[in-house]
Design a protein around this ligand. Structure first.
Ligand code: PLP
Length: 473
């Protein structure tokens, strides 16, 4: 069997990436507390016997015992705890380690879990890949871009994309180059056309993609689309930042159905669970050009601030050097509790049940919102049914007499007056000041947050607004 090594992209590194690559601190860690022969007067770590917590416990709700059709909170609970020192036989570090400083990779138990998950789920094609724990995708994106991009460098983005990505890129003075999308996300031919005709002062170096349940458009790239985009990126030698926080919230080909059907065993068997998910581009990344961002935010809870980054080892080393001097390492309590839960409490079976639970909850909500939109709004809007994630992206079909400058702001104001909220589409565009973009009546609606019984009420309010603007069903 041939062993593939990642391509060397060091000539593409940013100034900061280059410094972090060439001047990585020779680690003093090996001389530290872990070497019992050495009396350390050297390192700045406080003594663990001064740490304020000697035990931390958390109640796990085991949400998958809930009925997916209701918002009730009854559940079979279990308690997990972290003790002062690693318990004999446990895979998870004690609080003496979890609450201590450490290198940027993150605690070893969670790192090991993440590596295993990446290996089994995405089967990276080259040998020298690695993982680092992040504080979620947004943190990962900030660090991943820093590896390769300087002020004034170009980053290719979807025509509409994640607001925090736009803001991050603006603040870093990157030039955002938008590429058109269709119902499967970025169009490969468009990407090829933009790259082939590129005449800007700096070369095109990197691309930012959200392949699954794209925010804001809810689009999901099919396997073929992922492969096509990857080959265009190969052709133009682009580094790919794959932000995939909605990876586990896929609905496969489960159609829109009414409440009861949605909960039937036959319907639920159409959901992909953990085994039939559309894959990461790591699956065909023979060059090591993909930097993948995973997040626990949508699956567990956002403010655990935990996720991980997978990329070729050289890139992970640079991100580790960055983390060492900024964050130092992700939060020890979050990492420890997740490790205990994933490695020792849930194990594979519990994780699978939880993923199935989340998919069931969200598909049920998607179906409710989509049915209500179809029934109440008819031709007043256009939209595609999302197969993944949290968002429905819709365009209001305004009559000609309502098409005017500022109409999206007017619509937004009327919606909030009627106590319903959707986010205007132009806010997700890197080109949002352009009047041609600002007045296109796109909106992003999410089906995951409002109480179930209020989803239809929100659409009823929207119906009143659209009728006031002269839209026709
Ligand atoms: N990336 C995308 C595309 C998102 O839509 C979101 C959430 O809204 C995030 C990242 C945030 O993820 P995290 O909480 O892991 O930073």
């Amino acid at each position: 069997m041939t062993i593939i090594k990642a391509k060397d992209f060091t000539e593409k590194l940013s100034k900061a990436g280059h410094v972090r690559y060439t001047k990585q601190n020779a680690s003093l860690g090996k001389y530290g507390p872990k070497n019992p022969k050495i009396i350390s007067l050297g390192l700045g770590d406080p003594r663990p016997d001064t740490f304020i917590f000697s035990e931390v416990s958390a109640t796990v709700a085991n949400l998958y015992n809930k009925d997916g059709s209701s918002d009730s909170t009854d559940s079979a609970q279990t308690t997990i705890s972290l003790s002062e020192k690693k318990s004999p036989g446990s895979l998870v570090e004690g609080l003496d380690v979890l609450l201590q400083y450490g290198d940027g990779y993150g605690v070893r138990s969670l790192l090991g879990y993440a590596k295993n998950l990446v290996k089994n789920s995405h089967c990276p094609q080259y040998e020298d890949w690695d993982v680092i724990i992040s504080c979620g995708s947004t943190d990962g994106l900030d660090k991943a871009t820093d590896v390769f991009l300087n002020d004034g460098d170009n980053i290719i983005v979807d025509e509409y994309t994640y607001i925090n990505a736009i803001k991050t890129f603006e603040a870093k003075s990157y030039n955002q180059v938008s590429v058109g999308m269709d119902t499967e996300g970025m169009i490969p031919e468009e990407l090829d056309r933009v790259c082939s005709n590129w005449q800007g002062p700096n070369p095109l170096k990197a691309i930012y993609l959200i392949p699954t349940g794209q925010n804001p458009t809810g689009t999901t790239m099919s396997l073929q689309r992922r492969k096509d985009i990857y080959s265009v990126c190969q052709k133009h030698d682009l580094i790919i930042i794959e932000d995939d926080p909605y990876y586990y919230i896929q609905f496969g080909d489960a159609p829109v159905a009414d409440g009861e059907t949605t909960l039937s065993p036959e319907y639920l068997s159409k959901l992909p669970g953990t085994k039939n998910l559309l894959p990461s581009m790591l699956l065909f990344d023979v060059d090591g050009r993909v930097i993948r961002l995973d997040s626990m935010s949508k699956l567990m809870a956002p403010n655990l601030r935990t996720g991980w980054i997978t990329a070729q080892k050289r890139v992970i080393d640079i991100i580790r050097a960055h983390t060492d001097t900024t964050l130092i390492r992700a939060n020890g309590l979050s990492m420890g509790l997740l490790s205990r839960l994933l490695l020792e409490e849930w194990k594979e079976e519990g994780f699978e049940k939880h993923v199935a639970f989340v998919q069931k909850q969200y598909v049920y909500r998607r179906n409710l919102l989509v049915k209500s939109m179809k029934e109440r709004l008819g031709n007043m809007i256009e939209f595609s049914v999302p197969e993944t994630g949290m968002f429905v992206w819709l365009k209001v079909n305004l009559p000609d007499e309502a098409k005017r400058e500022g109409v999206v702001d007017e619509l937004f104001e009327k919606m909030t007056e009627k106590n319903m909220l959707m986010i205007p589409g132009f806010l997700f565009s890197a080109d949002q000041k352009n009047p041609n973009v600002k007045d296109i009546p796109y909106f992003r609606a999410t089906f995951v947050y409002a109480p179930l019984e209020e989803l239809d009420m929100a659409i009823e309010r929207l119906e009143t607004v659209l009728l006031e603007f002269g839209c026709k069903k």
